[in-house]
Design a binder for this molecule. Structure first.
Ligand SMILES: Cc1cc2nc3c(=O)[nH]c(=O)nc-3n(C[C@H](O)[C@H](O)[C@H](O)COP(=O)(O)OP(=O)(O)OC[C@H]3O[C@@H](n4cnc5c(N)ncnc54)[C@H](O)[C@@H]3O)c2cc1C
Length: 506
């Protein structure tokens, strides 16, 4: 058992590591380091684990604060397997069918089936001949996914020579790095609803389809072939499972503890400062937002990147979120519904080109109670509304409310009934909250946009260039945004730090 290996290592290794942040990447890094025998303490400014993936409870409802799409189940399984356990030891997964629904302007709703043959039939019904093209498209997307998982995403992104692996060199030619998702999708499909279906993950994961390399069609494979799952109890159950694994491996978690400074001497990190006290450590994983970890915790001479660097970067969007408790259930609303009555390009331009509050937004609604009755009182619904918006905008309560009305009207059109008279609980969350809670640069929600020049070796580096015992993890470094990448990022960062102490984590 790997756990026993960890215990054996721990006796040989008395190095102490501090992890700043109990988000998914920090918990993951801690789990690997503790398993390798390091003594690991995690410090988290909030009261529970998960970071952006944590939950809050109010008025009898339990809300996931961020993620709701459980994609890439293989990555979660691999994480737990690394410690001799399984996902099912920590939480139960349910496959959603339909996986999700898309509402279009003509009042048409597409129900995206879980099984691929159903999806092919759906494509064929909208555009004759498209099912065969979908099968080809998916074969290539699967190739990219499998190669990326095997040969790219677990690499630290420190040097371009990592990409010179002979297996990878031949694969890269099929990655379509210099084509865009837009070009590949539109070369294969013409029906606007099918195009929207194939392009939607990009808007939510952060870039214009035209500037996202076609490599990322791997997300179509992840989303449409590997299944859309629901972890019972919500993403909070996932965060608790990952935290539980880190603790089982020997890590300790200190909640409600904000780190104020990474302490250095010469060219080494010697500890951290919390609550006015300096606590000595041999190494640190900075697992909060990269830009903020550097700007607020490190002296300027030790930062990898200055203000100008972050200003030049293209960030993924922020969001306007509403957490709603309703004194009624609306069973005709599925678990995931994408309101796509407006043009994706127009919304994307309002995010990336001329950042303004969108004139015709797309948005997403999660009715968690469609799959899980434990997250609301009996006979009530639990809804989560998400509208992507540009970073750095002013988000007054007046603006938030105007968009709430817009979204509620469109939900009313879809349901034939207004949800507003049944509101029992309502909380909004947007740009200023991301800044307040995470120190998020300009209030970004998902880190950097997935453009070619912000992929792999072009991401902010996982290792501090001047302090060899300081590493970074999380959505702003390799491999990128999303819960599965955050899990991977923790492993990669742990590997680098362990390597510094001549220890291997696997
Ligand atoms: C609204 C929203 C929806 C999303 N939807 C999905 C989805 O459906 N599927 C998906 O896979 N991904 C989704 N994501 C993305 C995913 O949630 C993130 O990419 C991932 O959780 C980031 O993890 P992380 O470890 O990088 O950072 P974070 O989650 O940001 O964790 C960093 C932690 O560090 C703590 N911290 C920061 N500074 C300090 C300090 N000085 N001292 C102590 N603690 C500190 C923070 O409190 C936080 O807990 C979504 C994100 C958002 C915001």
């Amino acid at each position: 058992m790997k756990r026993q290996k960890g215990q054996a290592n721990r006796m040989q290794n008395n190095k102490q590591i501090a992890v700043i942040g109990a988000g998914i990447s920090g918990l993951s890094a801690a789990a690997y380091l503790a398993n390798a025998g390091f003594q690991v303490d995690i410090y988290e400014k909030h009261a529970s684990p998960g970071g952006r993936a944590r939950q809050f409870s109010a008025a009898g409802y339990t809300f996931d604060m961020g993620p709701s799409w459980y994609w890439m189940p293989d990555v979660f399984e691999r994480f737990f397997q690394d410690f001799g356990s399984r996902v099912s030891d920590w939480y139960r997964l349910r496959l959603l069918d339909p996986a999700f629904e898309m509402v279009f302007s003509e009042g048409e709703t597409l129900h995206i089936p879980d099984d691929f043959s159903g999806l092919c039939r759906l494509f064929e019904s909208r555009e004759p001949g498209s099912a065969a093209r979908l099968a080809d498209f998916m074969r290539l997307a699967q190739f990219k996914y499998e190669r990326a998982m095997a040969d790219v995403v677990y690499k630290p992104g420190l040097h371009f020579t990592e990409l010179l692996d002979p297996k990878l060199v031949s694969a890269v030619l099929r990655f379509q790095l210099f084509s865009s998702i837009r070009r590949q999708v539109r070369r294969n499909f013409r029906h606007p609803h099918l195009v929207a279906l194939m392009e939607f993950p990009i808007l939510f994961l952060g870039a214009m389809p035209a500037s996202t390399p076609a490599l990322y069609t791997l997300m179509n494979y992840a989303g449409l072939k590997l299944g859309t799952w629901y972890p019972e109890g919500g993403f909070g159950a996932v965060a608790k499972g990952i935290a539980g694994q880190a603790e089982r491996n020997g890590a300790r978690i200190f909640y409600n503890t904000e780190i104020r400074r990474i302490v250095t001497r010469g060219n080494r990190v010697t500890g951290i400062e919390a609550g006015g006290k300096v606590i000595p450590y041999d190494g640190v994983v900075a697992a909060g937002d990269y830009s903020n970890m550097e700007a607020s915790l490190l002296p300027a001479e030790f930062r990898n990147y200055g203000k100008e660097y972050w200003q030049r970067k293209t960030f993924a969007p922020s969001c306007l979120l509403f957490y709603l408790g309703l004194r009624k259930t609306f069973p005709s609303l599925g678990h995931h519904t994408l309101f796509f009555e407006e043009d994706l390009d127009a919304h994307a331009l309002d995010i990336y080109k001329t950042p303004v509050w969108p004139s015709k937004p797309l948005f997403y609604v999660c009715r968690t109670t469609a799959s899980d009755k434990t997250v609301a009182p009996v006979g009530h619904d639990n809804l989560f509304l998400l509208m992507p918006v540009a970073t750095g905008l002013s988000d007054s309560s007046l603006t938030r409310e105007a968009y709430f009305e817009l979204m509620a009207n469109r939900i009313m059109r879809r349901l034939g009934e207004d949800i507003r008279p049944y509101i029992d609980y309502k909380r909004s969350y947007s740009i200023t909250d991301f800044i307040e809670d995470y120190g998020a640069y300009r209030g970004n929600a998902y880190g950097l946009a997935n453009t070619l020049l912000q992929t792999a070796i072009f991401k902010p580096k996982i290792r501090n260039r001047k302090l060899p015992n300081l590493v970074y993890s999380g959505q702003l470094t390799v491999p990128g945004p999303g819960v599965p990448p955050a899990l991977i990022s923790g492993k990669v960062a742990a590997n680098i730090l362990a390597g510094h102490f001549k220890t291997k984590i696997e």
